[in-house]
Ligand binder design. Structure first.
Ligand SMILES: *Cc1c(COP(=O)(O)O)cnc(C)c1O
Length: 412
């Protein structure tokens, strides 16, 4: 058995925006014996999973499941629809959109990276404090009268900043420009936390992963694909084999995969889908909205800036907290980890050291979030950050005044 340091008593607080805490029910499901991935039982499991996951993406079309982290599913999405030299229009909302952009470049597609210019009084890039501006996409597509742009790629929930972009608005922008580009959306951290509608919003490829809203360990990821994306994949010249949709779709018809799938993670996925559908997607979304509001009440009471500067796109999944200039946010996180056994998300890329992220997703409740905020507040104070007031009190007040509408225990 792998032993790290002496393990502290109680549970570690894993309050990063993914991996999120894995419910015991899912851990138990994953501990069942591994079965023959070509045997009869497996086909039943596979078909059930492939139908269930469609409900989570709100699609009637196929969802490909890869044994890979989310990054693999990003590559799969590009490799299946693009050809070398194609032009892809991407939008910079933060670190994850930047990584996807870097990947596209490495794969040999030409990219354009839209963004809002400049930095603001916090010193952070404005584009890392806002959601996708659909009007910029529409303007660029209108200029592309010869339809060189193959796809528009955006991140739904930008996990490095805490902004959840309006995907329906991006669809409307593409339609208003009368442009045939495919719409590709990363909702790796948005799925099963924030409302997402693959079919209704006309998304062609939706990319997601297991370790965020689905409450699973890392290791599986998804491409939900439209009929238009499947057509595009037949023309695509990007070299691919393992990621290619065609053979997977063929095997999936009977509930199998062309290679050995991630059997025990799929047990977990089966359990996660059941849990989420039992609760009801709308209840899941409302629960996350409410947590986001409670955590933001705390950050406002501290008097620290919420990284997302546009309240219309506040994320229900995580909240980015900007620390005062000259204070190393990573030192605060380190102190909180050592003193209170809690992990908070670090500032990534362009905002490293300038902010930390509080995850409020998946298998949490009001009291785990209150403990999380207590740990954060103690860490801020111990680090000498001047806070205006108690965020813990503000969040308690918010949660008391706004009872959760569903999923609570019945009165005795
Ligand atoms: C976590 C995440 C990724 C990366 O996924 P991995 O599973 O780490 O490969 C990409 N995009 C977003 C928005 C994410 O939150």
């Amino acid at each position: 058995m792998l032993t790290l340091d002496a393990h502290p008593s109680g549970r570690h607080f894993l309050q990063i925006p993914g991996p999120s805490p894995v419910p015991d029910r899912i851990l138990r499901a994953m501990s069942l014996p591994t079965i023959d991935h070509r045997g009869p039982e497996f086909g039943v499991l596979g078909q059930k999973l492939l139908a269930g996951i469609q409900q989570i993406f709100k699609t009637r079309h196929p969802v490909i499941i890869y044994p890979a982290s989310g990054t693999g599913a990003w590559e799969a999405a590009l490799a299946n629809v693009a050809s070398p030299g194609d032009l892809v229009l991407m939008y910079e909302t933060g670190h994850f959109s930047s990584l996807w952009h870097k990947m596209a470049t490495r794969l040999g597609v030409k990219t354009e990276f839209l963004s809002l210019p400049g930095t603001d009084d916090t010193g952070l890039p404005v584009t890392w404090r806002n959601g996708v501006q659909a009007d910029l996409i529409e303007k660029r597509l209108r200029e592309d009268s010869s339809h060189q742009i193959r796809a528009v790629c955006v991140v739904h929930n930008e996990t490095s900043t805490g902004a959840t972009s309006d995907i329906a608005a991006v669809r409307r922008a593409i339609d208003a420009a009368g442009h045939p580009a495919l719409l590709m959306v990363d909702t790796i951290s948005g799925l099963a936390c924030a409302d997402f509608r693959h079919d209704e919003w006309g998304v062609d490829v939706t990319i997601s992963g297991s370790q965020k809203g689905l409450m699973l360990p890392p290791g599986i990821s998804f491409n939900a694909i439209s009929p238009k994306a499947i057509e595009a994949s037949k023309q695509s010249k990007m070299p691919k084999s393992y990621w290619a949709w065609d053979e997977i779709l063929e095997s999936n018809k009977t509930g199998y995969w062309p290679y050995t799938p991630n059997t025990n993670l799929l047990y977990g996925l089966h359990e996660a889908i059941e849990m989420i559908l039992e609760e009801g997607l709308d209840n899941v979304f409302a629960r996350h909205q409410r947590w986001g509001a409670g955590v933001r009440a705390a950050v406002n009471a501290w008097g620290l800036p919420i990284q997302c500067a546009d309240p219309a796109v506040y994320s229900p999944v995580l909240t980015g907290v900007i620390t005062p200039a000259g204070v190393d946010a990573d030192a605060i996180r380190r102190l909180i980890y050592q003193r209170f056994d809690m992990s908070l998300g670090m500032g990534l890329g362009k905002v490293k050291g300038r902010m930390f992220r509080i995850g409020h997703l998946g298998d949490c409740n009001d009291l785990t979030l209150m403990a999380t905020l207590s740990g954060a507040e103690m860490g801020l104070k111990l680090s000498g950050v001047k806070i205006a007031g108690s965020g813990v009190q503000a969040a308690m007040d918010y949660f008391m005044a706004h009872p959760q509408q569903s999923g609570l225990r019945a009165a005795a």
